[in-house]
Each structure stands twice: as structure tokens, then as C-alpha cells.
Design a protein around this ligand. Structure first.
Ligand SMILES: C[S@@+](CC[C@H](N)C(=O)[O-])C[C@H]1O[C@@H](n2cnc3c(N)ncnc32)[C@H](O)[C@@H]1O
Length: 255
């Protein structure tokens, strides 16, 4: 089931800030993504929209010796980003970036376009701040997970709740309309992690996933509960499976 493309409220991560890094791969994920971003990045200055805890920006800075500044809706996420990066982060909506026209060389949008209320407005805003020759780097949250017995239950859950913007067929034409040309598309390095059906059930029941954070109880009952019930039917639900996934990285140029 795929809902209409997301519009409406952005999702602030205040409620999950204290467990964010521990549940999303932390700095290990950051190092993996940073090496792909560094290879594809444009000129300075570099900004990350939806910078979260700085888990990507810190490894990027360490790898490239380039400063990353960023904004996020969530003051609680930015506490960690500030500890990691210093006074280069601010609370702001990425649909209204606090930067001048054509003043930015590289915009990083990692795991954020699927969470904003109006992703087309965000692309337009990215184009506004990018200087000619600048780059927008989008890492999609729609990971390509190697097939296992868990994946069929969970792969479409976000899309059923909020729709999905950060996939080629929606992102690339919308970016083109905003004046951003696709230059390359690749997958990040593969990551492997251990996870059981029971782990996922706990994460859903605790509403740790972005789309679940503020989900109304009736929509949870309609969309999420059947997924939880399905995961419970798997054999050995407490046995951790080795899972492997990669994320698409789209590189756009502002001509
Ligand atoms: C999944 S986290 C990604 C954080 C970081 N980019 C990373 O990869 O670890 C998404 C972040 O986007 C932020 N966010 C969602 N909508 C936003 C908006 N409209 N403006 C600014 N930040 C937003 C959330 O608060 C959250 O910190």
C-alpha cells in the first residue's frame, strides 16, 4: 500500500533524540555515509539540512577537514550536534533556510526528505541557497535491504503512513522542476547489523521510527499493528538475523 506523497507536518525528532544514535548506527553509519558524501561533494560552504545529532557531519568534517554547518527542527537533537560540532548549528525549518541566495556550495540532505511536510518546497529552498556549480547530495532513507524474512513486513511501512518522496521516480523530476540536475546515483557501502523480529516490534511499540513518532492511535492500529502482528508470526522471533543494507545517494548539480 502506498499513500499519497507526503505533505503536511514535518516530524521533529525531539522525542527520540536520546536513543537516536544507538538505534540508527551512530558514528559508524556516519563514517560510511561521510565517505560517499565526501567523494561527491561540491564546493564550500557545506550545510546539512536536518543535521540531527551531527552523526554524519562530524565524520564528514574529520574526513575532509571541512566545516559543516546545519539546521534542524529539533532542539533536543541539536544538543548532541552542538556537543560534536560546536556553535555551527541552529534551530530552523529546512523549508526556510537561514542562508542567503546562491551562498552555499554543498547541501547535504541525509534521511530527511521523507520526513518534511513539503519536500518540493525544500528542494526549491536548496536551489535558492546553492551557488552556480553547487551540489545537493541526498541520501535516501529507503534502504535496499537484502531479502530476509523480516523485510517483506517492514519495507513499505513508512510509505503506507506518509508516502515516499526520496525515490528516483519522485525525487529526480521534482528536483529538475526546482532547477537541480541529476549528475549521479549510486549506493552507499553495505552495512550489516543484527536484528530480530522482536527488536523491531519493540522499536515500533516504542514509536522509535520517524513516521511513528506522532502517529495518531487509530492510524497506528490500522497500519502498524498488522505489521507487528505479522512479525510475531515469524519463527524464532527472538533470534537475531544478520541483515545487510545500502542506501541510495543522489547527486544533483545547480547549474
Ligand atoms: C532521521 S533524522 C536524520 C538526521 C541526520 N541527517 C542523520 O542522518 O543522522 C531526521 C532529522 O530531520 C529533522 N527534521 C524533520 N523535518 C524537518 C524540517 N522541516 N526542518 C528541519 N529539520 C527537520 C528531524 O528533527 C531529525 O533530526
Amino acid at each position: 500500500m502506498m499513500a499519497a506523497m507526503a505533505t503536511g507536518e514535518s516530524i521533529s525528532f525531539d522525542k527520540v533524540a536520546s536513543i537516536y544514535d544507538a538505534t540508527r548506527g551512530g558514528l559508524e553509519r556516519g563514517r560510511r555515509f561521510a565517505s560517499a558524501l565526501a567523494a561527491a561533494s561540491g564546493p564550500d560552504p557545506v550545510i546539512e539540512i536536518g543535521i540531527g545529532t551531527g552523526a554524519i557531519a562530524l565524520p564528514f568534517r574529520e574526513l575532509t577537514d571541512r566545516t559543516v554547518v546545519g539546521v534542524d527542527l529539533s532542539p533536543a537533537m541539536l544538543v548532541s550536534a552542538h556537543e560534536r560540532l560546536g556553535s555551527v548549528v541552529a534551530v530552523a525549518d529546512v523549508a526556510r533556510l537561514p542562508y542567503r541566495d546562491r551562498s552555499v556550495g554543498t547541501v547535504v540532505a541525509c534521511w530527511v526528505l521523507h520526513l518534511v511536510g513539503d519536500p518540493i518546497a525544500v528542494l526549491t529552498e536548496c536551489r535558492r541557497v546553492l551557488a552556480p556549480g553547487g551540489r545537493l547530495l541526498v541520501i535516501s532513507a529507503r534502504g535496499e535491504v537484502e531479502p530476509d524474512d523480516i523485510e517483506p513486513f517492514t519495507i513499505d511501512l513508512h510509505d503506507a503512513i506518509r508516502g515516499r518522496f526520496d525515490v528516483h521516480e519522485r525525487l529526480v523530476p521534482a528536483a529538475a522542476d526546482a532547477g537541480l540536475r541529476l549528475v549521479s546515483e549510486q549506493l552507499t557501502e553495505a552495512a550489516t547489523w543484527m536484528e530480530s523480529p522482536a527488536d523491531l516490534i519493540e522499536r515500533m511499540e516504542q514509536r522509535q521510527w520517524g513516521a511513528l513518532i506522532d502517529l495518531e492511535p487509530d492510524r497506528y492500529a490500522e497500519i502498524v499493528q498488522p505489521v507487528v502482528d505479522g512479525l510475531r508470526t515469524l519463527p524464532d522471533p527472538d533470534r537475531k538475523r544478520g541483515r545487510t543494507g545500502r542506501n541510495p545517494l543522489f547527486v544533483f548539480a545547480a547549474d
